[in-house]
Design a protein. Sequence first.
Lengths: 199, 146
Amino acid sequence: MRTAGRIAGLLIVGLLAGCATRDRVVLLPGGDGKVGKVMVQSRSSDRQVLLDTAYGEAQTSSQGGNQAAVIEPAAVQRDFGEVLAAMPQRPMMVLLNFEGDSTALDAGSRARLPEVLASIASRPAPEVVLVGHTDRAGTPQYNDKLGMDRAVVVRDALVAIGLKPRDISVTSRGEREPLVTTPDDVSEPQNRRVEVIVR
Amino acid sequence: MRKSALFLAAAILAFNAQAGGAAGVFKVVTGNVSVQRGEQRLPASVGMQVQVADVIRTGKDGSAGLVFQDNSLLSLGPASRLVVDHFSFDSTTHDGQFETTLARGKLAVVSGKIAKHQLDAMKVYTPTSILGIRGTEFVVEAEGKE
């Protein structure tokens, strides 16, 4: 009888420990220095906590509690160091510029190309989006094609260093998205470019 | 006539974003990491694609990092389990929905274009809470059982 009571007691302790599951969320400062927001809604009560300060922490439990506090950056490193270390590199964006009415890179971009290609190849399983642009010299139709031809030149350079074509997408914005606004039919070196977005 | 052509173009774009198949890709895999896809349990590797309804598990020595189509970055610590409940993203309009469940373990997030474009389009569920993501970087721990 006594044993039965003890077992029942242990069971209750076990059940309580099992039931009282807790979760926590910590908001971190963003890579750009800005701090975002996370709304934490408890599933077992109508309590909500809005995290909007760096290192703000909310804890929720299956028993409905919902607390907020600010914790030390060192505590984040201690408790979340391993998971943060597994974070993939952030996507990067590079611009390559071209000669007028041409798919040839300009001198500056030609010099930078090896470094750009190497930095793309050094990423694990890189995926690349290439967007070709032109200045406003020539017709919009002509420039749609020129933008695409420029993107394809960069794609070929990436395939040549071993990237898979299925991991590279190419599009053209033609003359629609100038970096520098100009009247029609004006040649502008900064607008002749391929945006290289890598993740 | 013009309107319906526009609608068709929009529908094709939206379809393409969906038909891409993969929601995300593994970029970091350390130790024991697997993906449960239906009946199959696949070992994870760098470059492997992740789909909606996949369950990602890390062992005691494992961790993983993924990039999703909207540029969201997610990483999982050791002894963790994450379910990709829902992912859709239109790369033209940035409309989309991204929902995951951290059943157990630790998750770090840098949110991407979906969360930036629309309030509460990105959510993370834990056993005791629902997180509405309004940007951008945070970590989550779920005590949940194995």
